[in-house]
Write a protein of this length. Structure first.
Length: 92
């Protein structure tokens, strides 16, 4: 695992996510003999809304990502919000 040194704009991030989504789509062909129906599956699918990453942990053969899923504002410094973590979720 390496860190990407580039700084991306919001548009570049969306383009990259779209490219990953399109590259992971699969075409399914099925139906009755002589007829072909096409459906798309796969791609990127949101699994959780998160405000930040707590970290990664490895159990046996898999890494798990711990995300901040609920927060509460407790103050501000110089106009920047300070938040406390109210809930987290760990996903493989």
């Amino acid at each position: 695992v390496t860190e990407d040194p580039n700084i991306y704009t919001q548009e570049e991030i969306q383009d990259m996510l779209d490219m990953i989504h399109d590259g992971n789509l699969s075409t399914q062909i099925g139906g009755t003999p002589g007829a072909v129906s096409r459906g798309r599956s796969g791609g990127l699918k949101p699994i959780v809304k998160a405000y930040g990453i707590v970290g990664f942990i490895r159990f046996l053969d898999c890494y798990y990502l711990t995300l901040i899923t609920k927060r509460a504002k407790v103050g501000s410094i110089g106009g920047n919000g300070i938040y406390t973590i109210k809930n987290t979720e760990t996903v493989p």
